[in-house]
Design a binder for this molecule. Structure first.
Ligand SMILES: Cc1cc2nc3c(=O)[nH]c(=O)nc-3n(C[C@H](O)[C@H](O)[C@H](O)COP(=O)(O)O)c2cc1C
Length: 327
């Protein structure tokens, strides 16, 4: 699996519609689902939670949980649905998550995590990976991180995605936890030096192709979160400059290709805003961008959007482009 550049799991963002949209821009990035809790899969509506469009592939399913049995069961369901990788969330710091004992608080229990990873691997053939932070609360020394990774490595997993800031458990809001603890990329670089045979993926605050290129000199892959969501056309530059693929669609082509998908989804009962809200940032940095955002916000990103509006969307793109040219 090519993990050179991936788009991070993001709750309320990387749902199947966002992934379909991003895949229209980039053939090569690896996409992750939002975190799905093991119990939700085992007890809930599996199809609603896990079904996805084949064109989204490759897609990794991120699980949350801390019971080896429940996680392994959920991972097997994920494998049967056709996902390409199972990732365990060891980095989410929210209070709700901590109460249910999954996410970053599991960094306190490396042996339990190792048990989970062994059990998952015994049940499925897919690659199993983890996503974690560099530390938590006042445990922020490199040795603790090194020790954590050493224990997990013994289970046989060999891909580690590291968000290069610590988590403040129960103290910060999720948003603060994404911004306040300082990024320490050198921890991730050192992990790669100390574990040269493992695949080490770096994450946190990476926003441009130039930055990606620098990180790729010292790690095996880069995971992009917010920049991919808010400025999705960044993936076109990644496609060209990192994957050396010159055949990237224009922004207009992306919407043209999205329309048949939207129409199919509307027939199945998906609401227009559930898809179109993900495209707000498509024209980011272009002169027509504010027109596009306003058009979407007023017409399509409302709960009961008029589905016929989709038939006029290309006129609006043309207008957006004209605005860009005259502006
Ligand atoms: C809205 C949002 C939701 C997130 N949800 C998840 C999640 O479900 N699982 C996870 O491991 N990380 C989650 N994260 C963290 C991201 O995966 C990523 O580690 C973080 O945003 C740092 O990368 P960035 O600076 O490139 O955004 C979320 C981040 C955001 C902004």
């Amino acid at each position: 699996m090519n993990r050179k550049v991936s788009v991070a799991p993001m709750m309320d963002c990387t749902d199947r519609h966002e992934r379909f949209f991003l895949r229209l821009i980039s053939k090569n990035v690896l996409l992750y689902t939002e975190m799905v809790v093991d119990q939700a899969i085992n007890r809930g509506n599996k199809k609603k939670l896990l079904a996805f469009n084949i064109n989204e592939k490759p897609v990794a399913l991120q699980l949350g949980g801390s019971s080896p049995k429940l996680l392994a069961e959920a991972a097997k369901v994920g494998e049967d649905f056709g996902y390409d990788e199972i990732n365990l969330n060891l980095g989410c710091p929210s209070r709700k998550v901590e109460k249910n004992k999954f996410g970053a608080c599991l960094m306190k229990e490396p042996n339990l995590v190792a048990e989970c990873l062994s059990k998952i691997q015994s049940k499925i053939k897919l690659p199993v990976t983890i996503k974690t932070r560099i530390g938590y609360d006042d445990i922020e020394d490199y040795e603790s991180l090194h020790n954590f990774i050493s224990i997990l490595k013994q289970t046989g997993i060999n891909t580690f995605i590291i968000h290069a800031r610590k988590a403040m458990l129960g103290k910060f809001t999720p948003k603060q936890n994404l911004n306040i603890p300082p990024l320490k990329y050198e921890y991730v670089y050192k992990l790669k030096k100390d574990f040269p045979d493992e695949e080490i993926i770096i994450n946190g605050g990476i926003k441009s192709v130039e930055e990606i290129k620098l990180h790729l000199k010292k790690t095996d892959g880069v995971m992009i979160g917010r920049a991919a969501y808010y400025t999705p056309y960044l993936l076109a530059d990644i496609e060209k400059e990192i994957f050396k693929n010159d055949e990237v669609p224009s922004r207009q082509n992306v919407i043209e290709k999205l329309i048949p998908y939207v129409k199919e989804e509307l027939k199945k009962g998906t609401r227009l805003n559930q898809i179109m809200r993900h495209t707000l940032g498509l024209f980011h940095g272009q002169t027509g961008s504010s027109h596009w955002k306003r058009y979407l916000s007023e017409n399509m990103c409302v709960r009961e959007a008029d589905v016929k509006k989709i038939d006029h969307i290309m006129d609006n793109i043309k207008y957006t482009n004209i605005q860009a040219r005259v502006g």
